[in-house]
Design a protein around this ligand. Structure first.
Ligand code: GLU
Length: 480
C-alpha cells in the first residue's frame, strides 16, 4: 500500500506548536520510511479563529525544519485544493448526501433552544448526549424560505464504536458520549469533523496521525466513514508533550512555538533529534542520531502512549553537543545566518574556535563576545572580586606597560611581561590577568584573553585600559 500521511493544522496561532512539531516529525518520517507522501492541508474552516499570516508561518516553519511536504497549498498536487476554505462546494455536496442516506439532518434550532434542550437533559436521571434536535416537519418549506440551518450528524444510540489505534491498541467509545455533531454550519462552512473525513478520504490519506486530544473525535469520524461506505484509514494518536512538572505543555510554562526555538539559537537538527525522542526510544538507546537514521529506525507502532516530558534543559544540552559536532566553518556559517545584524558579525570566523566549547545555543555567542566590537559596560562590583589593593595604580601601570610592549603583541612576550609586572608589584599573576581581562572586556570570564585582545586590536585595547582609570577614579580596593 502506498503510504500517505498528512499534517492538517488550523492556522489559528503563531506557527507550529512544538508539540505538533513532534507529531509532524513522526508523520513525515513515517511517510519517508515507506516511500510514501506527506501532505500539508490547511484546515481554515473556523473563520472566527483564523490568525492572519499564520498559514504562511506554518509553511515557513516546515521549510525551516526541512520537513518538506509533497503536496500542499503552495506546492499544489493531484488532490488539491489543499486549503479547506477553497473546497466548500465539496463539503456541501457530501453533507447533502448524508441527508439522503438518513444519517444527517437539517437543524433549524436557535442556539437558545439548544441550550434549553441541553439543560433539560441535564435534569434527567439517565442522560444521553445525543439529542436529536429540531423537529423534522416542513423541511422543504423551511428550506425554500431560506431559513438559517445547520446540518447535523444523526448519532445512533447505545452503540459501541471500536477502533484499533496503532499506539494505544483497541479503543471503544459508546455513541451515548457523542452529541449530534454539526457537520455543516449556517455560513456554509463545514466543521472540522466533516471536512477532515472528506479530505482525508479524497486525498487518499491512509494513516491519520494526530495528537491524542483528538481521540474522542475519532468515533464521529468513523460514523462518517461508515455512512459513506469508505474504508477506514489507520488511526494513530500520538501523546501530547508534558512539562517537567507533568502538566500539559502550555504557553504559560514553556515557549510553545517552534520558531521561538530557532530564534533562541537552537539548531534545527537538535530540536528535531530531541523531538524524535518524545515518545520514542532508539533501538540501541542512542540519544543523538541523524534524521536519516531516525527515518530508518522509526515506526509509528513503537511510540509509547505515555505523555513524554519536554525538558528544555535536556534540549539545551543536546544543542551544545550538536554545536560542538559542527566544523568551525559550518558553525561560522550558522552564526553568520543567525546574527545578521550583530556588531561582532565580522569577527565570527576568528571567534568560533574560542567559543565553540562554551556555547550551548547560537544566542550564547552574543553575551560572550559582545565586548569584542563594543566598548564594555563595567560593573564596579566586579572589581571587588579581584583581591588586590591599589587597583587604579595597577591599571595605570598596565596601560604604561602596554604602550611599551613591542608591536605586534605576541602571546608569549605579552604573558611574560605581565607576569614580571605582577612580580614587581608584589601581586599574583591571577589578579594581574583578572584586572586586564576586566578592563578589556568588562567581564571576569571570557574566551581566551590574548586571542580576544588580538581580535579587538592593540590600539583599542590600550584605549580601554587607559579610559577605565579616567572614567572610574574610585575603583574599589578589596584585598581579601
Ligand atoms: N485541524 C486539526 C488541528 O488543528 C487537525 C486535527 C487532525 O489532525 O485531524 O489540529
Amino acid at each position: 500500500m502506498n503510504v500517505r500521511t498528512r499534517f492538517a493544522p488550523s492556522p489559528t496561532g503563531d506557527d507550529i506548536h512544538i508539540g505538533n512539531l513532534s507529531t509532524v516529525l513522526k508523520t513525515w518520517a513515517f511517510a519517508k520510511k515507506n516511500n510514501g507522501q506527506f501532505v500539508l492541508r490547511i484546515e481554515d474552516t473556523d473563520q472566527e479563529r483564523l490568525v492572519e499570516g499564520s498559514e504562511q508561518k506554518i509553511e515557513d516553519a516546515l521549510k525551516r525544519f526541512s520537513l518538506n511536504y509533497d503536496e500542499g497549498p503552495d506546492v499544489g498536487g493531484e488532490f488539491g485544493p489543499y486549503r479547506q476554505s477553497e473546497r466548500l462546494d465539496i463539503y456541501k455536496k457530501y453533507a447533502e448526501e448524508l441527508i439522503t442516506k438518513g444519517v444527517a439532518y437539517y437543524c433549524f434550532c436557535s442556539k437558545e433552544r439548544i441550550e434549553e434542550l441541553r439543560k433539560q437533559e441535564e435534569q434527567k436521571e439517565v442522560k444521553t448526549k445525543h439529542l436529536h434536535f429540531c423537529n423534522q416537519n416542513n423541511i422543504e418549506e423551511r428550506l425554500s424560505k431560506k431559513e438559517s440551518y445547520v446540518i447535523r450528524l444523526k448519532v445512533p444510540e447505545h452503540q459501541d464504536i471500536t477502533f484499533d489505534d496503532i499506539v494505544r491498541g483497541k479503543i471503544t467509545i459508546n455513541t451515548d458520549q457523542i452529541d449530534d455533531q454539526i457537520l455543516l454550519k449556517s455560513d456554509g462552512f463545514p466543521t472540522y469533523h466533516l471536512a477532515v473525513v472528506i479530505d482525508d478520504y479524497l486525498m487518499k490519506i491512509n494513516y491519520i496521525t494526530r495528537a491524542d486530544e483528538w481521540i474522542s473525535s475519532t468515533p464521529k469520524h468513523i460514523l462518517l466513514y461508515q455512512a459513506f461506505g469508505w474504508e477506514l484509514p489507520v488511526f494513530c494518536h500520538l501523546p501530547l508533550l508534558r512539562n517537567t512538572d507533568k502538566s500539559k505543555l502550555s504557553k504559560r510554562k514553556n515557549a510553545v512555538w517552534a520558531s521561538w526555538y530557532l530564534e533562541q539559537g537552537y539548531l534545527k537538527e537538535a530540536i528535531l533529534n530531541y523531538l524524535a525522542l518524545m515518545g520514542w526510544t532508539h533501538p540501541e538507546q542512542k540519544e543523538i542520531f541523524s534524521m536519516e537514521e531516525f527515518i530508518e529506525k522509526f515506526d509509528l507502532k513503537d511510540v509509547n502512549p505515555l505523555g513524554p516530558i519536554f525538558d528544555i534543559q535536556k534540549l539545551e544540552w543536546m544543542n551544545g553537543e550538536y554545536i560542538r559536532a559542527l566544523s568551525d566553518q559550518e558553525l561560522t556559517k550558522r552564526l553568520e545566518e543567525y546574527l545578521i545584524d550583530h556588531p561582532s558579525k565580522d569577527h565570527i570566523a576568528k571567534l568560533v574556535p574560542l567559543v565553540k566549547e562554551r556555547i550551548k545555543k547560537l544566542s550564547d555567542f552574543i553575551p560572550l563576545t559582545n565586548f569584542i566590537s563594543q566598548s564594555p559596560e563595567y560593573d564596579l562590583n566586579d572589581f571587588n572580586k579581584v583581591k588586590v589593593d591599589d587597583k587604579k595604580e595597577i591599571l595605570e601601570k598596565i596601560s604604561l606597560t602596554l604602550e611599551n610592549i613591542e608591536k605586534p603583541w605576541k602571546k608569549e612576550n605579552f604573558e611574560n611581561t605581565f607576569q614580571n609586572l605582577a612580580k614587581d608589584l608584589n601581586m599574583g599573576n591571577r589578579e594581574m590577568f583578572q584586572l586586564i581581562r576586566l578592563a578589556v572586556s568588562g567581564q571576569l570570564v571570557t574566551p581566551p584573553l590574548f586571542e580576544c585582545i588580538k581580535i579587538i586590536g592593540e590600539d583599542e585595547v590600550l584605549n580601554r585600559v587607559k579610559e577605565i582609570t579616567k572614567k572610574y577614579p574610585n575603583i574599589p580596593d578589596s584585598k581579601g
